[in-house]
Design a protein. Structure first.
Length: 91
């Protein structure tokens, strides 16, 4: 009935981040999936404010998400803004 949980991958974000990352592939609508990924990165930014620059952008937060997802986010239409030249508007 409940998902088995190990220690969270990030103690500052906790289990909710783990569950959000696991849930993303089940979202069918591509735009909704992209918005959800931005919420994930926004949570990482809030938990690690030292990773965020003065413009509110954080390459480290996106790197963290891409490294810790058990899937390749690009397979689900998620682009790393710093590798694709897109604005980081995750909040």
């Amino acid at each position: 009935m409940f998902l088995h949980q190990n220690k969270p991958i990030d103690y500052d974000c906790g289990y909710n981040l783990d569950l959000m990352i696991k849930a993303l592939p089940r979202i069918e609508d591509i735009q909704e999936r992209i918005n959800y990924a931005k919420r994930i990165v926004g949570l990482i930014k809030q938990s690690h404010p030292s990773w965020v620059n003065d413009q509110g952008q954080s390459e480290m937060a996106w790197d963290f998400y891409f490294e810790n997802a058990a899937y390749n986010p690009e397979d689900y239409g998620i682009q790393h803004p710093f590798k694709h030249g897109v604005e980081d508007d995750a909040r």
